[in-house]
Design a protein around this ligand. Structure first.
Ligand code: NCD
Length: 322
């Protein structure tokens, strides 16, 4: 989880970098959600918007992405803005000629109003934010660090269903150690009182000791190792993929991969009637397709759509338009 000398949002997103969810607080999250309702209405009614007309957002992605990149792209365009998509700059930009990360950031900031960055190194978004002088940096995933906009859309998905972000009980399963979406979501849940999370992971993929200590004062945490330890009355299940790209060897990955697979039977036995089943995606076998049609499964429906609306509102707020 990121350092504490990042600029706090305190309800004012204008021109601020979004590097870590720890920059936010309960009021900032709820203020964002108010604006999400506005842009969502535009989207649902199919109303065109020119809120971001004249604005250019660079999507600088050093790591693969489907949803995050496309939803930022769609979010910008839905509001009348434009994007420059730079995928795999290691191969297709001057990075391949040896240009430094810092110079790359300095160059792209000259062309745009905001940079959305995904990079394999933990701390890279903070480095970019320190380097960029003129435009805000939005962290779209820094290695095994954080993924704050995913957490915001995850929180929105829960809030949209439960109308509440306090006194929730949930389970997070899979790669708790390396899963940046898990790290950011835990931080977000800690803004609201009374939340309780069951962390289901193999021994090798448990939350790091330091992160566990940081979070535990604010979210009641329980580490569990088998599905039958999940309490029946959870508000949400948050399943994740084992982060293969963070492993030193294939053998190590195979040893811990897919220990916990959600099947129809598992869901019916251990989840409650109103538990929602979330996943940041991609899934690689940890939720079977037979589960997709269950009304509690939101990972292929509202969770994805929420992603675009949350990113629309966030961009408009950061660019001073909402
Ligand atoms: C996540 C990521 O990149 O961290 N994907 C996403 O942005 N929806 C989760 C993952 O890759 O497992």
């Amino acid at each position: 989880m990121a350092s504490s000398n990042l600029q706090k949002i305190q309800g004012d997103f204008k021109n601020k970098d979004i590097v870590s969810l720890s920059q936010l607080d309960d009021k900032s999250v709820l203020k964002l959600f108010e604006k999400v309702s506005l842009v969502r209405e535009l989207g649902e009614k199919g109303l065109p918007s020119d809120l971001l007309a004249g604005k250019i957002v660079v999507l600088l992605f050093y790591e693969p992405s489907s949803r995050t990149r496309s939803s930022f792209d769609a979010a910008t365009k839905q509001l009348g803005g434009q994007t420059i998509v730079v995928e795999n700059p290691q191969q297709f930009s001057s990075v391949s000629k040896g240009e430094t990360f810092e110079d790359t950031i300095r160059v792209f900031e000259a062309y745009c109003d905001a940079i959305v960055l995904r990079h394999p190194e933990l701390g890279s978004a903070e480095r970019a934010a320190k380097t960029a002088k003129f435009v805000p940096i939005i962290n779209a995933g820094d290695g095994a660090g954080e993924h704050p906009t995913q957490a915001l859309l995850d929180l929105y998905t829960i809030w949209d269903r439960k109308k509440n972000l306090s006194n929730l009980k949930g389970v997070m399963a899979g790669d708790i150690l390396n899963g940046r979406t898990v790290h950011s979501l835990l931080e977000g849940l800690s803004f609201f009182p009374g939340n309780e999370v069951f962390l289901l992971a193999p021994e090798e993929l448990k939350l790091s000791k330091s992160d566990f200590e940081k979070v535990k004062a604010r979210v009641k945490l329980h580490e569990i190792s088998s599905i039958d330890q999940i309490p029946k009355d959870c508000d949400f299940w948050y399943w994740t993929r084992v982060q293969k790209e963070r492993f030193k060897s294939e053998e190590l990955y195979k040893r811990v991969n897919n220990r916990y697979i959600v099947t129809k039977e598992i869901l019916n036995k251990y989840a409650g009637k109103v538990t929602i089943l979330m996943h940041p995606l991609p899934r690689v076998g940890e939720i079977l397709e037979e589960v997709d049609s269950d009304p509690r499964a939101v990972y292929l429906s509202s969770q994805i759509r929420s992603g675009m609306y949350v990113r629309m509102a966030l961009l408009a707020m950061i660019l001073g338009k909402l």
